[in-house]
Unconditional design. Structure first.
Length: 189
């Protein structure tokens, strides 16, 4: 299977650019109801989301779905400012930043997600892409190797990632990550 020309092609509107999030990644960018690591409802009932923060996050999701990535970043940033505490805001913001070629900022946001969800392969995969785009091939390889290992774990999140990858024509999400790893290695030669 041919590798997409770029990450946004793999995740673009028909595929969408994020592997997780809500109503919470309203679209895994290729799925309308992605895996939810932290329940939005729980956040609302515990009072961790301000109305302004939730509105800004919701606006960001709409902008993102319409490929208005700068507006999405601005909305996600406002959501954080207003106290939106669901870690998904950083994943969404990082993906939008990546599509705007603002890789250093994207890496920072993916790092926050990784710190909160160290067993999730997807943020590591996304961070590897940004590292690669900044010519940190060694860092990209380290991240993608860890993503591959984490993708092999039997859990609900990986089952959902695998299902999505299969619908997109990849055998598994692990297979996709392995293609990226091979391309990263080839670029070192």
């Amino acid at each position: 299977m041919a590798l997409p020309r770029n990450i946004s092609e793999f995740y673009s509107s028909s595929y969408r650019c994020h592997f997780l999030s809500s109503t919470f990644f309203v679209s895994i960018r290729f799925q309308k109801n992605p895996p939810q690591h932290q329940s939005l409802e729980k956040s609302i009932t515990t009072g961790t989301i301000s109305k302004k923060g939730l509105k800004a996050y919701s606006d960001g999701l709409k902008f993102d779905a319409n490929s208005n990535f700068q507006e999405a970043v601005d909305s996600f940033t406002r959501a954080i400012k207003y106290g939106y505490s669901n870690i998904e805001v950083f994943l969404r913001k990082g993906c939008s930043l990546q599509l705007l070629h603002q890789h250093e900022l994207a890496i920072r946001d993916f790092g926050r997600v990784i710190a909160h969800r160290p067993d999730d392969c997807y943020p590591l995969f996304m961070r590897s892409v940004s590292k690669y785009r900044l010519d940190d091939v060694a860092g990209a390889i380290l991240d993608i190797k860890k993503a591959i290992l984490l993708s092999l774990a039997e859990n609900e999140t990986n089952d959902e990632y695998c299902e999505i990858a299969m619908r997109l024509g990849w055998g598994t999400h692990t297979a996709l990550y392995e293609v990226y790893l091979n391309n990263y290695r080839k670029s070192m030669d």
